[in-house]
Write a protein of this length. Sequence first.
Length: 179
Amino acid sequence: MPVPAASQPAHTAAVYLRALEPEDLDFLFALENDADIWGVSDTVAPVSRHALRAYLSHASADFYVVRQLRLVVTTEIGSRPVGVVDLFDYDALHLRAGVGITILAAERRHGYAQQALELLKNHARRVLRLHQLYATVGAANEPSLRLFRAAGFRQVGTRHQWLRTPSGWDDAVEWQCLF
């Protein structure tokens, strides 16, 4: 799903979203075991290659059955991954899903997250026919707060002392995007 030329900021490369492949094992292993991002992904322990192999073998399962979708973010077709975007907690009755996005630390500040989030929104609206997306972002995570605001999500609330961090408790900001 390439980004339409009209929506690409001139200073960033095109972004593509693609399905997970078995060849993504090393990439996922590095991403899932990056302790710096565990706090935003509710992870508390390393993930084994064995567990990731099992996950990859079922990653192409039907979104409507497994209630989640993970897509790899690349900068061109066939290039190495720079991140992932996720839809999770799909609710068939209310036609909504949560959104998660992770861009590798070395690949941040190139506009990849914003372009990937736009592609994911379009896919959720046009292909999956969802009515809304939502996200929970730590109040101290300024880059993610800016990302969701710029992507047209509306701040709808704050959960106080919702996220435990190494330095104490952080509020969580709730975002919503209606189609």
